[in-house]
Design a protein around this ligand. Structure first.
Ligand SMILES: [Zn+2]
Length: 113
């Protein structure tokens, strides 16, 4: 899958996937294989959800989590798409064998602080 990396110094986070781009706060993050893999997992999630519904589901999941956890960070890391990405980003071969809509399996998992 082709993607383009864009350097965005004002980005409030290290990296962000906005199909078909990966935005990075610092240029040298390009060599961070785990970060790039994390963002590529998000690109895959976005494609298989036809892009726009991904962002809506991501936001709704975050808001539901915020009601549940009353904590930004915990709500963010427990968005189902983040659960998959954080759980699998260290496995650099993950996207090679990942099945369609694999993020669904991560509704059952939970990430602590
Ligand atoms: Zn993420």
């Amino acid at each position: 899958m082709k993607y383009w990396i864009i350097h965005v110094p004002l980005l409030p986070v290290s990296g962000m996937a906005v199909f078909p781009f990966i935005l990075l706060k610092h240029k040298n993050y390009q060599t961070d294989e785990v970060l790039i893999n994390h963002e590529r997992i998000h690109l895959r999630q976005q494609i298989e959800m036809l892009i726009l519904p991904f962002y809506m589901a991501y936001l709704i999941n975050y808001l539901i989590n915020l009601l549940r956890y009353k904590n930004h960070y915990k709500s963010y890391v427990n968005i189902v798409f983040e659960r998959e990405a954080f759980s699998m980003d260290k496995n650099l071969a993950y996207l090679r064998n990942r099945k369609f809509w694999s993020w669904i399996q991560f509704f059952r998992t939970h990430r602590g602080l």
